[in-house]
Every structure is written in structure tokens, then in C-alpha cells.
Design a protein around this ligand. Structure first.
Ligand code: ADP
Length: 247
């Protein structure tokens, strides 16, 4: 798989929710095979951009392609890690059952889990150190373990491009370090991670590429250049009176 040569091409990507403009004319390219941070103030359109890259949202205008393909046709390569707040943690389901969901779309209508399907789930559980927790109910997991469970589901699916929405939110220092270590390993394996991140120092330290958004695209490219003082002023200025200071 020529993951390193793949490039997301965004042309005039514009998304409205009713009358609210969430993304306005975003044109850029996102090369695969790296760690890419989506940065910007609350409401800047980071989640909207992730959902657009997944092909889940109708664009009001513009288009997104990876190679010649619309994101809808990129299964199983694309996987999404939801924000923790989006998940119903009380739902009675085990870690293994959630990870096995990664195989569902491949099974067909009356598909049953073959030995090979089960092995893929096992390998994903193993890669994320979840074998000892496989039979646990998901509500019993720590934040870091919950995160790993969704990453394992994505691995089971066979994804190599991971779209993560605020993956570091609510993680303690140890879980943060663990996730960063994992992402570095993925980077070495040629996997692609595009993550909405509000912690600028984390983005600077660990993500080589960045997109700075404030409904419009402010800047894209190497993180150190994108997160310049001038660009951050542009992106966060209108939020200053509310926040008091930049994060
Ligand atoms: P971010 O992830 O950067 O905080 P979002 O993409 O979640 O930004 O939101 C961008 C804008 O779109 C915000 O103004 C938000 O209130 C609005 N928005 C997001 N999702 C919806 C929705 N489902 N319906 C209406 N407005 C939405």
C-alpha cells in the first residue's frame, strides 16, 4: 500500500449546519504518512473537518479526494476515534465486542465470524495490550484503556489512516505518554494520524504537520511555521475577550 504517497486534496471545502457556517472555503493538501494536528479555537470547525474527511457530512461546497477517491470509498482505510463524551459508556458491551465491530462491515449481510476474523480481532487486542481486559465491560475501563479500545477497533478494521477527535482530552499524564508513544510507533509503520488537538504545546512537540483553522484555514504545513505568533493571533484573536488569554 503506497500510504506515503497518498495525499488528501481539499478544494474549497465549505460546510454549513443550517445557517451556521462551520468551514469556509478550505483548500489544502494533507500528505499521508505523518502526524497531523488540527488546531484552532472552540468552534473553529476541527470536528467538522474530521467528519468531512470521513465522508460523513454533505459538503455545502467543494470536494475532498484521496487519490481519485471520495472518502466514502476509502473503507477500510479510514477509521475514526470519537471524543469520549460522544460514547454511551453505560451500554452493556465488552471490550472484545467493541473491537470486533471493526470487522462488521467486512462480514456481509449474513456474515459470521470465521476463525480468520477472530484472529484479526485477537491481533488488534494484542497490539493495544487489551487481552487481559477483553471480557471487561467498557464502563469499567480507565480513560486511557477506553482510548486503546477504539484504536484496537480501528486496527481490527484494517485502517491505516486514523482520524482522532481530541484524543488527549481527559487522559492523565501516564495515559498521555502511552498514547504519544503509540502514535510514534504508528508513524514509523507509515500510518497516518490526523488529530484535533487543543493543546498547542503537545501539537508542537509531537506533530510534524499542522492545520490551523478558524472556520477558514489560517495556515497549513510544518507545525512550527503554522503555529507562529502571527498565525495564532489571527486564529484566536476574536476569542481573546472571552478567554482572557490564549490557551
Ligand atoms: P471544533 O471541533 O473546532 O470545536 P466544530 O466542528 O465542532 O468545531 O463546530 C464548528 C461550528 O459548527 C461551531 O459553531 C458549532 O457550534 C457548529 N456545529 C457543529 N456541529 C453542529 C451541528 N450538528 N449542528 C449545528 N451546528 C453545529
Amino acid at each position: 500500500m503506497a500510504a506515503h504517497h497518498d495525499i488528501f486534496r481539499l478544494q474549497d471545502v465549505t460546510v454549513r449546519y443550517g445557517r451556521r457556517l462551520a468551514l469556509d472555503g478550505v483548500s489544502t493538501q494533507i500528505p499521508c504518512g505523518g502526524l497531523v494536528a488540527l488546531v484552532g479555537p472552540n468552534g473553529a470547525g476541527k470536528s467538522t473537518l474530521l467528519r468531512s474527511l470521513l465522508g460523513w457530512l454533505p459538503l455545502t461546497r467543494g470536494e475532498i479526494r484521496l487519490g481519485d477517491l471520495h472518502p466514502r470509498h476509502l473503507h477500510p482505510r479510514l477509521a475514526y476515534l470519537p471524543q469520549r463524551a460522544e460514547v454511551e459508556w453505560d451500554f452493556p458491551i465488552t471490550v472484545r465486542e467493541v473491537v470486533a465491530q471493526g470487522r462488521w462491515p467486512s462480514l456481509g449481510f449474513f456474515g459470521r465470524f470465521s476463525a480468520e476474523e477472530k484472529r484479526r480481532v485477537d491481533r488488534a487486542l494484542e497490539e493495544l495490550d487489551l487481552i487481559p481486559l477483553a471480557q471487561e465491560q467498557i464502563r469499567r475501563l480507565s480513560g486511557g484503556q477506553q482510548q486503546r479500545m477504539f484504536l484496537a477497533r480501528a486496527i481490527a478494521q484494517g485502517a491505516d489512516i486514523f482520524l482522532l477527535d481530541e484524543p488527549f482530552n481527559g487522559l492523565d499524564l501516564a495515559a498521555t505518554a502511552e498514547l504519544l508513544h503509540l502514535l510514534q510507533q504508528w508513524l514509523a509503520q507509515g500510518r497516518t494520524v490526523i488529530a484535533a488537538i487543543h493543546d498547542l504545546s503537545l501539537a508542537r512537540a509531537h506533530f510534524s504537520q499542522a492545520l490551523l483553522l478558524d472556520t477558514r484555514l489560517i495556515a497549513a504545513g510544518p507545525t512550527a511555521e503554522v503555529l507562529s505568533e502571527a498565525n495564532l493571533d489571527t486564529a484566536f484573536r476574536r476569542h481573546m475577550p472571552v478567554l482572557g488569554a490564549r490557551p
